[in-house]
Design a protein around this ligand. Structure first.
Ligand SMILES: C[S@@+](CC[C@H](N)C(=O)[O-])C[C@H]1O[C@@H](n2cnc3c(N)ncnc32)[C@H](O)[C@@H]1O
Length: 275
């Protein structure tokens, strides 16, 4: 990992170009399994609907919704969904998938997340949802939390289920922690270069991106300071993203073998806005 240079000042252009190029790659990947989704597969992780509860008739905003599979899975469960992302290419795919899935109620809005309130003309939502690969793309966690809090309607809540920042601090090779990449409390930004994507190899040209690290305490405190009341924070020893050395369970999630040190791989948090 390269220490941030002046490239970091250009984070918005670089990150959006990285995602724009990957949207069609992801839509065609086995990782996202679009055919399975169109055949009825729910893309949500089982613990998410269990923790969010009944969404029927609820106005749900999905921040950083990517190609919309999770947004549309919430819509299939009865939520009235708005997806928001800064990648127009991702949203174009989401709109096509909504049409092919016959989900007419979902809408998709293009905006950088910190600009969400303005892009949505001050609208508020019963549930604001985000997750699976979002924290590291957020430059300023305090400003992000204020944005999130403003989008939640009184009596509603914010819910995030994301990859835990702890394992990202290490280089893990063949299931073994080899060395520290950065401190758990270090915030970045860092410049990374990655051809292809987490969905597999691909010919790509926009390969530089900027990432940040937000440790769990900073996320909790940012949301609490923004006026939300933390209802729970779960740190989970499983992940839906396979990486070397993890074992796949019958529930489709990946875990560290039971005879090795257990570290958190995902977290979920719900925070309410009191009426
Ligand atoms: C890992 S994906 C989210 C994946 C999603 N949970 C899924 O599995 O479909 C991250 C998304 O965040 C979007 N994104 C990254 N930075 C953003 C920003 N600053 N504002 C808005 N969207 C952003 C990207 O375009 C991408 O679609």
């Amino acid at each position: 990992m390269e220490v941030a240079s002046s490239l970091a000042d250009d984070w918005l252009r670089l990150n959006r170009a990285w995602w724009d190029e990957r949207a069609p790659v992801h839509a065609a990947s086995g990782f996202y399994d679009v055919p399975g989704f169109l055949a009825g597969r729910d893309s949500l992780r089982a613990f998410e609907p269990a923790e969010v509860g009944d969404v029927r008739g609820k106005r749900l905003l999905h921040l950083m919704c990517h190609i919309g599979l999770d947004s549309l899975s919430w819509a299939r469960r009865g939520a009235v969904v708005t997806g928001l992302d800064f990648s127009q290419a991702a949203l174009d795919t989401a709109v096509i998938l909504a049409g092919r899935a016959g989900i007419g109620s979902a809408r998709f809005v293009a905006a950088e997340v910190s600009d969400a309130s303005r892009a949505l003309a001050g609208e508020t939502f019963d549930i604001v949802y985000t997750g699976t690969g979002v924290s590291q793309w957020i430059p300023d966690i305090d400003s992000w939390a204020r944005t999130v809090a403003a989008l939640v309607a009184p009596g509603g809540f914010f819910y995030i289920a994301d990859y835990h920042p702890f394992p990202d601090s290490f280089d893990i090779v063949d299931g073994e922690v080899r060395r520290l990449r950065h401190g758990y409390l270090d915030r970045g930004p860092w410049v990374e270069h990655a051809a292809g994507s987490y969905t597999g190899p691909a010919e790509t040209s926009a390969n530089a991106f900027i990432k940040w690290n937000h440790h769990i305490g900073s996320v909790v405190n940012a949301l609490a300071t923004a006026g939300l009341r933390i209802e729970f924070l779960h740190e989970y020893g499983f992940t839906d993203a396979p990486f070397h050395g993890l074992e796949r369970g019958e529930d489709g999630l990946w875990r560290i073998p039971a005879d090795q040190f257990q570290i958190p791989l995902m977290f979920s948090l719900r925070a309410a806005k009191d009426p």
